[in-house]
Structure formats: structure tokens, C-alpha cells
Design a protein around this ligand. Structure first.
Ligand code: SF4
Length: 447
């Protein structure tokens, strides 16, 4: 294994990987939002929360227009399935807010940064899930936006609503709901990495998730420290399942504690292509190269939904978009058109599994234009089963995915290429001229 990388020189445990010690916070978080813009080198940046990744076609079109008129004409998808506009003028922040508010993307200004809710992107579209969790997502967002306490959550606190296929359950959320098989619907609620969970009726799932977040906030307050995520709580502050079951019971909600629940099956991101929905129905799954779409690509996706009677787009935390509710007969043509437009539409795409942070010129911390270098490296053909690769302009490695991958990190002296597997990293510095080959070799896992 990895014989093509004999120069690997070190083994170390990554910060913020599973098993690594949690960071200690000494302040509130500075996550950008739609109303709290971040000053980047290429202008202001706005992050717009899209709970469960669900957007109507009219919201999507409004975002394309906003990106063109107020931003740099692009829409970025984040690793949490949120959207970012870049190149904004801070003096236009009021125009930006009113454009978002006009299409329902700012239902509660005080909660706009805490609506971090992931959901299985194919929920309800294929038979792999145990429930359609979109109803949980809508209810949770409603409850979040009505909760005064929830305004105290950090912009990094994350909910995940998994329909039972095990895709978003693996994304390290703070509060995870997993649909259980059977009728009527039930959910297993887990908080952080606690071994114990709580099982509740599907109709109580959203309320229980919010209550878990509120218990977290109480634990933070009692600790007298800052914590943005559940894993940052001082030891002994957790015990959520016990407290949660007790509080739910006092509110007349039946909740059963579940010790060491069976893990959800290990699901994956929707593959690019046609998702069969049974009969003549299907969905299209596409991905954005390096997570960035032009406004015209975005419009094309939105118009596809309008033309065929569907009004929904689903943004995925794997930087993709699912367009549901299409007829099977036209799917091949539409997929071809999206491919022509530059989106990732099939598993043979060289862009599949390639990610990058902002890098130069948007981020002053970056040592390199990593997006350009990542694109250039695709010229090197790679064979075999490909590991995902993530390019970062500096050691912070913003937005890198979890799991096994190749990390390519820029420094003052060039790049380091590292294979990240099972919590440890083996890495080597690579001269510029050898970069594409070194990355391709590392990704190919050659025997
Ligand atoms: S990883 Fe470094 S260079 Fe890339 S966006 Fe984050 S801070 Fe900027």
C-alpha cells in the first residue's frame, strides 16, 4: 500500500481529527453570516444558512441575481451545505439583507448564524431511508427561530438529521437525529459522541433536538467557560441522555434511553448522475468543481426545476446539488447539458473528490493560489481507487473533509503532500515540478 510514496517521513495525529483533544475557546465564535460579513482580501464574504440544504427555485434564482449584482458572480457551497457569496461591498450589506429577506432566507435575523442543520440529501427520493426527514428539518428550524436560548449557540453548532442511511450521521454533528426503521416513525437522538442516546417518536424529534441544544447551553454556562461545540465542554459536563430523558419526561414526552445504540449504516454522499426515484421519476445529482458555481450554472439548475414542475433544489454538504422531481425520460439530456456547463455529472470526472480552500487571492493567510494549483494538477492522470484530496493554502486547512484523504498543504517553502488515514498522517514535502505526480500517486493508493 502506498508504495508510490516511499518518501513519507512522519507520523502524527491531526488536530481536530476524531480522537484529538478538543480546542480550548477563550471567546465567542467569529463565524460569518448573512448579516455579519467577513472581511476577506477579495471583498466581504456572506455565509447564508440553508437548513437541510433545501431551497426553492425562486430562492435559488434570487441568490444568482444577488451574486451577480452585489458579489463576484459566484456561489460557493460549504462543507455544511451552506452558501457563500464573495466579493461583496460591505456598504451594500443592507441591500444584501433585504434581497435575502425578500425570498425567505432570513426568517429570523437573530438566529441567522445558528440555523446549521444538515439532512440526508436524498431523503424521500429513494428507498434507502427509513423516513423523509424534511418534516423534522422544517419543524426544527421553526423551533430554533422561536427559541430565545438558541441565539446563544455558536455559528459552528451543528444539527444533523439522518434518514437512516447513515450519510450525515457521520459528519460529526453536535446533535444527530437518526430515523429508525418501522412505523410509526421514531428517531434516535445522539449528542456529540456520547455512547448513550435517546429514542423518541418522530413527531417529538425536532423538539427533543432543540432541547438537547438548550441543555448544552446550560452546561456551557455552568462550566463558566466558552464552548462552541459539544466536544469542547469540560469533562463531566455532558451526560446528555440522562438529562434529556428526564426533561422530556417532565414535558410529557416519552423518551427511552438507549445504551450503545447500533451505529447507522455507513452511507456516503450522493454519487453524481441520475438518482432513480421509481417509475418515471428521478433526481439529478451534480457537484460543483471545488465547491464553486458560476451564477449561470446556478441559474441553469434553478430553471431545470421550474421547467419541469418541481420547485426544489437540495444543496449537499459534499458540495453538490440534487434536483428532485424530474421525469426519467429527459434526465439524460439535462445531465448532458449540466456536464457541458462544467458541473460534475458522472463518477469518471477528474474533479470528483477534489476540494480546496479559498487560497489566494481571497485569503491573506494563504501561501498559494491553491485552487489554480489543484486545477493544474488534474492534468496528471491517476489510476486505481482514488482517495479524496483537499488543497489548503495554510496549516489551518479550513473546510477539509473528515475521513481518509490526501491533504495538500501550502507553506512558505512549497507544498506538503500527506496521506491521512486512521487518525495519523504520513507526509512529505514536494517540489513544485513534482506536485501533480505526487498528488496523483498518493490518491491512487497504488499497491
Ligand atoms: S486554510 Fe488557510 S489559506 Fe485556506 S482559507 Fe483557511 S486560512 Fe485561508
Amino acid at each position: 500500500m502506498l508504495a508510490a510514496m516511499p518518501q513519507l517521513t512522519s507520523t502524527r495525529r491531526e488536530r481536530d481529527e476524531p480522537g484529538s483533544p478538543p480546542p480550548v475557546r477563550d471567546r465567542g465564535d467569529a463565524c460569518p453570516g448573512a448579516l455579519r460579513l467577513h472581511a476577506a482580501d477579495d471583498g466581504a464574504l456572506a455565509r447564508i444558512r440553508i437548513p437541510a440544504g433545501l431551497l426553492t427555485a425562486s430562492q435559488a434564482l434570487a441568490l444568482a441575481e444577488t451574486a451577480e449584482h452585489l458579489g463576484d458572480g459566484h456561489i460557493d457551497i460549504t462543507s455544511r451545505g451552506n452558501l457563500q457569496l464573495r466579493g461583496l461591498d460591505e456598504r451594500e450589506s443592507v441591500r444584501l439583507a433585504s434581497a435575502l429577506d425578500a425570498v425567505g432566507l432570513l426568517p429570523s435575523p437573530r438566529h441567522e448564524r445558528v440555523r446549521n442543520v444538515l439532512a440526508s440529501p436524498l431523503t424521500g427520493l429513494d428507498p434507502l431511508g427509513s423516513a423523509d426527514v424534511r418534516c423534522w428539518a422544517a419543524r426544527l428550524d421553526e423551533l430554533l427561530c422561536a427559541s430565545e436560548a438558541a441565539t446563544g449557540l455558536s455559528g459552528r453548532f451543528l444539527f444533523a438529521l439522518d434518514d437512516g442511511r447513515g450519510d450525515v450521521a457521520a459528519l460529526d454533528a453536535d446533535v444527530t437525529l437518526i430515523a429508525l426503521p418501522g412505523r410509526p416513525s421514531r428517531a434516535l437522538l445522539r449528542v456529540g459522541a456520547e455512547a448513550e442516546g435517546v429514542s423518541v417518536a418522530g413527531e417529538d424529534a425536532a423538539g427533543a433536538a432543540l432541547l438537547a441544544a438548550e441543555i448544552f447551553l446550560t452546561a456551557v454556562r455552568d462550566s463558566g467557560k466558552h464552548a462552541w461545540r459539544v466536544r469542547e465542554l469540560p469533562y463531566g459536563q455532558a451526560l446528555f441522555a440522562h438529562r434529556l430523558a428526564e426533561l422530556l419526561g417532565s414535558r410529557g414526552v416519552t423518551a427511552q434511553r438507549v445504551t450503545n445504540p447500533a451505529p447507522a449504516p455507513a452511507g456516503t454522499a450522493p454519487a453524481p448522475g441520475i438518482v432513480d426515484g421509481g417509475g418515471n421519476r428521478c433526481a439529478l445529482s451534480v457537484m460543483a468543481p471545488l465547491g464553486r458555481l458560476t451564477s449561470s450554472q446556478w441559474r441553469q439548475l434553478a430553471s431545470l426545476t421550474g421547467e419541469h414542475g418541481n420547485s426544489e433544489l437540495r444543496v449537499t454538504p459534499w458540495r453538490g446539488i440534487v434536483v428532485p422531481g424530474l421525469s426519467r425520460s429527459g434526465a439524460g439530456t439535462w445531465l448532458h447539458e449540466l456536464d457541458e456547463a462544467g458541473l460534475i455529472t458522472h463518477e469518471g470526472s477528474p474533479w470528483l473528490g477534489v476540494g480546496a480552500c479559498t487560497g489566494l487571492p481571497g485569503c491573506a493567510r494563504s501561501h498559494r493560489d491553491v485552487r489554480a494549483d489543484a486545477s493544474a494538477a488534474l492534468a496528471e492522470p491517476a489510476t486505481g481507487r482514488m482517495l479524496p484530496v483537499y488543497w489548503s493554502g495554510c496549516e489551518r486547512r479550513c473546510g477539509r473533509p473528515r475521513g481518509d484523504r490526501v491533504d495538500v498543504v501550502a507553506s512558505e517553502d512549497g507544498y506538503t503532500v500527506a496521506v491521512q488515514a486512521e487518525g495519523s498522517t504520513r507526509e512529505r514535502a514536494v517540489p513544485d515540478g513534482d506536485l501533480a505526480h505526487a498528488v496523483a500517486s498518493a490518491r491512487a493508493e497504488r499497491e
